[in-house]
Design a protein around this ligand. Structure first.
Ligand code: SF4
Length: 335
């Protein structure tokens, strides 16, 4: 984690403080234009970069149902302690904890680059997924408004796409998304694993509340769009009691979700240490049981995963939510 305080003295543009110089450790950040702090985002630093490409190809060996992804941001102010994308911040010489939550890389030209990429005759209009790494509707999107240009570029080229988010900023773009859905298949997804706000506030401190996310599902459906809900990560021994699962699945169904899928927590390197620190602070009595449940590494014991699937399958079926997920993860992978 860097100390920034000295770096912002004296350089002000309106209510934005900027430093045109690259910062120590970030000199090599490709395309860095400037770093920005602004009062509406206390404690957050944006690193605005010019991206050279927008579409990332998914390796052919992956069994996810999309071949391309777009990530307008790196880092995520939603700050979920279990986020597997934390590891990617280490490639920028930033730490995977507080820096991931507060040092946000913004690809300010991503929509223009994407428009050029999808206009190429060689573009095959394969499915594109947003929200598989960091959240495209995190709070920064309210300031940078990158998604409208991305949606227009995808819709304009009749490219099918999906968006997975926890961010209620998405509501701003619903009419644009409904229009896009008339030109290409569009799948919306909301991630919501629990209803208990006291857990959510420490586990996912920068996210909209569970209630707000259920309202988002309602808004998406009211706009005429399909909406899958990713009920993940289910936390063993914390949010996995039968009545917890029944309550969240019932709430998701009542909000109008078209389908839902349930997955247990994964603890990959980069997220594992932050989650276990949170667990030690919030539920120290569970540290030992978790080391047993995750003794194989990043994934919970197969017996636990099978039991979770068996317990939730009838509930999903009862509400007609048991359709294939647009965000099926590579086998033994997830978020
Ligand atoms: S919203 Fe998604 S990308 Fe953002 S911190 Fe949470 S899990 Fe990670």
């Amino acid at each position: 984690m860097f100390s920034w305080s000295m770096r912002w003295a004296g350089q002000s543009v309106g209510n934005v403080v900027s430093d045109a110089a690259a910062l120590p450790g970030l000199e090599e950040m490709p395309g860095l234009v400037r770093t920005v702090r602004t009062p509406e985002f206390a404690g957050v630093t944006f690193h605005e970069v010019m991206a050279r490409s927008a579409l990332n190809h998914v390796p052919a060996t992956s069994d996810v149902p999309f071949r391309w992804t777009i990530n307008p941001y790196r880092g995520c102010t939603h700050g979920c302690v279990y986020c597997f994308a934390r590891q990617t911040h280490s490639y920028l010489d930033l730490d995977t904890g507080a820096d991931f939550d507060a040092e946000i890389v913004v690809k300010v030209n991503v929509a223009e680059v994407l428009a050029r990429e999808v206009a190429r005759p060689s573009w095959g209009r394969e499915a594109v997924a947003l929200g598989t790494n960091t959240d495209p509707y995190q709070r920064a999107e309210g300031r940078y408004r990158l998604m409208p240009g991305i949606i227009e570029a995808l819709a304009g080229s009749a490219t099918p796409f999906s968006i997975l988010t926890k961010g209620t900023t998405l509501r701003r773009d619903l009419s644009l998304l409904a229009e896009a859905a008339s030109r290409a298949p569009v799948m919306m997804g909301v991630s919501l694993a629990l209803l208990d706000e006291t857990v959510q506030e420490t586990l996912e401190p920068g996210t909209p509340s569970p209630r707000a996310r259920l309202e988002l599902v309602r808004s998406i459906r009211a706009a005429g769009l399909p909406c899958q809900v990713l009920i993940a990560p289910v936390l063993p021994l914390l949010t996995d009691r039968d009545d917890d699962l029944e309550r969240v699945i019932t709430a998701v169904a009542e909000a109008g979700a078209t389908s839902a899928s349930v997955m247990a927590l994964h603890l990959r390197p980069g997220a594992r240490e932050w989650f276990l620190r949170w667990l030690g602070e919030q539920h120290p009595e569970l540290v030992e049981p978790y080391s047993e449940l995750y003794r194989g590494g990043s994934y919970v014991l197969k017996s636990y995963a099978s039991d979770l699937a068996e317990r939730t399958r009838p509930l999903l079926r009862r509400f007609g939510l048991n359709r294939p997920s647009a965000w099926r993860q590579p086998s033994r992978d997830s978020s």
